[in-house]
Design a protein around this ligand. Structure first.
Ligand code: B3K
Ligand code: ZN
Length: 868
């Protein structure tokens, strides 16, 4: 590396030296020599005659100011410096770039046969020299010129204003976006597609054209995306009063894409994984994922596009808020409890893990080397939990008042997280001074709770202590404002009204101090407390529940989430205990109490099947890893396997009865049907470990009329290592080998295959005809699942798994640093493992660090991990 990459700090924010009000772009598209002409109207915004424009990987052809060649310019490594500029001018820049060589999939690149773009966070600078920062908002006009046969569709943001034919079989289309926007929302697509069209009438009666572009032949897989889009538009009007603001909304599905999707104004570009689905190719989870991501990108139109971010440190302003909105959307359309449980699993698993890793950062980071490294679970998912806490503290009405004021104040501008807090405060009169700490403090707070019942006084005292362990980035922590939702139950299950100082109080307590005691009156018997209901804050809860109390809560808590949470706490107790048992050479034991509680849930006809399926899902090994300073991965794995086997033995009859009773002849994706399949397939995962397992799994695979059941059978065969595994895997591969997206499920199973020679198997799978390290979906499916969902094999003490990861990372560093940077995460957490493993992982990190061309993305993570 010529020079170590430099960090940027939030505190150094400065307004731009110039504003750009309009930009007129012309793209003459060719695979290797695309010429971009950018004509901008530029106005001085500070007392400066110099302007430094961002640019990377560009070949400068010419610079003109007010029509004259401008010699006062200097091409630097990542910028173009212009000098002696007038106060206001027209700037014309012509550059050349090579889309086909762009394997990083950032800026303008080719996906399959199509041209497409990805500009967030800082990809526009790979298209032309520009002020590539989110607080510079301009009106875009874009002309796209390309070969007419190969690229019949030429798309960009806004409305189509003109089109025509050009020389040599080429044609052009010109687009104009009336809404000023930052460069990261720019998009361009050129290709040959099938188009699914529909229309939507907004609440004020405007007609919007909806168009979904998919690869030729995939039209029968676009329907669910369209339904999801229409549902999103309707939901945002009904719940948030927000209406769409252009006459056309386009979504293009591409196969080569670094993340899920991108909210470019009027022209979303999607990873095809989040568009394409039919019964034969997609699982229920895929369908729900599509609904969530289509919703998410649509909701960005207001929270992200209409009000954007002043700088990238503010990313959670749009992402946390938009994740909250998409979670609410999914919850309103489907099961609230099921969604909440899924979201909480993510926080307690990978988000808590990130908090305690070298990459730990607050939802509003203070220091960034590569912005793409901060599209994290912390910014997104914890960011959404922070928005949810406003909602819990202010209620739906107060929250919506705050949203309204936020839009009134900031529509059409670039705002900060502080602006958002102010809007919430000013709209409701609630003081959020201490609450603001959630934006600046990293790490996971712990709430340590104890209780004391006084039978004479009839009082019940809950003492709540909060503390946050130091994180890699911050040593000193302060007390946060934590909404703490509780309920107290009498022995018969009745809810005990909460009374303090003679007055009835709300069930959400305001925890604000390091240590605080809440004394409840008129409590006539010792109650069972339900704590942190709905996971009212992203914290770890410590309370010494007995097994009886947890079983009681599994039956009597008034909401599904709390009942599920009790089941998880009960399991957690046994997992911890049994890890100790295994380490000391004794056997895994479960109590009758635990087995009876799970049997009770399985047989309870009043419970939703989806909920029962959640109760029967053990915490992931990654979540469990977070419970320990150093984890014994082999012991945890052995315990999880034994618990699965024990439960399947103890509950075999009930599991089997449930499994057979839930068969559905027809496939549909209604939420009831999804819930029933979820439970049935959960039962199958247990039954796979019984004697009948192999036959049941084969039978299900053979008769399955949908991908959910097919994959469930294969997953069961994979985890229980059934003899039928090979046959099912090769049958599937024969059928789907020409479809990378469908093969991803197969690659993921290969990655997570617990077989002893898993690594050799993964390596061999890399030469499968459907695999390519150039495609991020393929890479994530095979390599990502080996690194993240096959802990025992990946962490094999020979170190072979780490060496393999290192090799792949070095390759990806050269072709696609963003994907490399996602892949490296499990290695950053090496301190979780024993000394020998630590040394082996460190060696791989050191090797990466010594690379000459180490990308900023990996540089940032590797140095953070090693320099602690
Ligand atoms: N805003 C994009 C994410 C861009 C990631 C850039 N590395 C998708 C989303 O969150 O909706
Ligand atoms: Zn987003």
């Amino acid at each position: 590396m010529s020079q170590a990459p430099q960090a940027k700090y939030r505190k150094d924010y400065q307004a731009p030296s110039h504003l750009i009000t309009d930009i007129d772009l012309t793209f003459d598209l060719y695979d290797n020599d695309t010429i971009v002409t950018a004509v901008s109207k530029v106005i001085q915004n500070a007392d400066s005659t110099k302007l430094e424009l961002d640019g990377e990987g560009l070949e400068l052809r010419s610079v003109k100011v007010n029509g004259e060649e401008w010699s006062h310019h200097e091409v630097k490594e990542t910028s173009l410096l212009l000098a002696e500029l007038p106060a206001e001018f027209e700037l014309e820049i012509i550059t050349k770039m090579d889309p086909e060589a762009n394997t990083a999939l950032e800026g303008l690149y080719k996906s399959g046969g199509a041209f497409c773009t990805q500009c967030e966070a800082e990809g526009f600078r790979r298209i032309t020299y520009y002020l590539d920062r989110p607080d510079v908002l301009a009106k875009y006009t874009t002309k796209v010129i390309a070969d007419k046969t190969a690229y019949p569709f030429l798309l960009s943001n806004g409305n189509r204003i003109a089109e025509g034919d050009a020389e040599n079989g080429r044609h052009w289309v010109q687009w104009q976006d009336p809404h000023p926007k930052p460069a990261y929302l720019f998009a361009l697509v050129a290709g040959n597609f099938d188009v699914l069209r529909d229309k939507y009438t907004t609440m004020s009666g405007r007609l919007v054209d909806l168009e979904i572009f998919v690869d030729k032949g995939n039209l029968d897989r676009a329907g669910h995306a369209m339904t999801s889009l229409i549902n999103s538009m309707k939901w945002d009007e009904e719940r948030f009063g927000l209406e769409y603001d252009l006459d056309i909304y386009m979504i293009v599905a591409v196969d080569f894409f670094n993340m899920g999707a991108m909210e470019n104004k009027g022209l979303n570009i999607f990873n095809s994984k989040f568009v394409l689905a039919n019964d034969q190719t997609a699982t229920d989870r895929d369908y729900l994922g599509i609904e969530a991501v289509i919703g998410h990108e649509y909701f960005h139109n207001w929270t992200g596009n209409r009000v954007t971010c002043r700088d990238w440190f503010q990313l959670s302003l749009k992402e946390g808020l938009t994740v909250f909105r998409d979670q609410e959307f999914s919850s309103d359309l489907g099961s609230r409890a099921d969604n909440r449980i899924d979201n909480v699993r993510i926080i307690r698993g990978p988000q808590f893990a990130e908090d305690s890793s070298p990459m730990s950062h607050p939802i509003r980071p203070d220091k960034v080397i590569e912005m793409n490294n901060f599209y994290t679970l912390t910014v997104y998912e914890k960011g959404s939990e922070v928005i949810r806490m406003y909602h819990t503290l202010l209620g739906e009405e107060g929250f919506q008042k705050g949203m309204k004021l936020y839009f009134e104040r900031h529509d059409g501008t670039a705002a900060t997280c502080e602006d958002f807090v102010c809007a919430m405060e000013d709209a409701t009169g609630v003081d959020l001074t201490q609450f603001r700490l959630w934006y600046s403090q990293a790490g996971t707070p712990t709430l340590r709770v104890s209780s004391e019942y006084n039978a004479d006084q009839k009082t019940y005292a809950l003492t709540v202590e909060q503390f946050t362990e130091p994180t890699h980035d911050q040593a000193i922590k302060q007390a946060l404002h934590i909404p703490f939702d509780i309920e107290l139950y009498a022995q018969n299950g009745d809810v005990i009204p909460l009374v303090m100082n003679g007055e009835s109080v709300h069930h959400v307590l305001d925890v604000k101090q390091d240590k605080q005691t809440f004394v409840f009156e008129n409590v006539v018997e010792r109650p069972v407390p339900s704590l942190l209901r709905e996971f009212s804050a992203p914290v770890k809860l410590e309370y010494d529940y007995s097994d009886e109390e947890l079983s009681f809560l599994m039956k009597h808590a008034t909401n599904d989430f709390a009942r599920w949470d009790a089941s998880q706490m009960l399991l957690a107790k046994y997992i911890r205990q049994n890890v100790v048992n295994i380490q000391s050479g004794s056997e895994v034991k479960l109590s009758d109490e635990l087995i009876d509680s799970f049997r009770g849930v399985l047989l309870d006809a009043n419970l939703e099947p989806a909920f029962i399926a959640q109760v029967l899902s053990l915490p992931s090994i990654n979540e469990i890893t977070g419970w320990y300073k150093q984890v014994d991965i082999d012991a945890v794995d052995a315990v999880l396997n034994s618990i699965t086997v024990s439960l399947s033995k103890a509950l075999e009859d009930e599991l089997s009865a449930t499994y057979h009773s839930l068969r559905q002849a027809e496939y549909n994706i209604g939420h009831d049907a999804i819930g029933k399949r979820a439970l049935r397939n959960r039962c199958l995962q247990f039954l796979a470990y019984t004697e009948k397992g192999n036959d049941l799994v084969i039978a299900q695979y053979d008769v399955a009329n949908n991908m959910t059941d097919t994959i469930a059978a294969m997953t069961a065969a994979n985890s229980a290592q059934l003899t039928c595994r090979e046959t099912l895997m090769s049958d599937y591969s024969d059928k789907w080998k020409h479809d990378g997206l469908v093969m991803d499920k197969w690659f993921a199973l290969q990655g997570s295959n617990p077989v002893e020679d898993a690594l050799e198997n993964v390596k061999a799978t890399m030469s499968h005809e459907a695999f390519s390290l150039k495609n991020p979906n393929r890479t994530r499916s095979l390599i990502g699942s080996f690194l993240n969902t096959n802990p025992v094999r990946f962490h094999d003490k020979s170190g072979a798994g780490y060496q393999f990861a290192g090799e792949i990372l070095r390759q990806l560093n050269d072709t696609n640093p963003q994907v490399a940077s996602r892949m490296i995460d499990p290695l950053l957490k090496f301190r979780k493992y024993d000394e020998d493993r630590q040394a082996l992982i460190r060696a791989e990190l050191e090797k990466l660090k010594s690379m000459d061309n180490l990308a900023k993305d990996l540089f940032e993570k590797v140095t953070k991990a090693l320099d602690e």
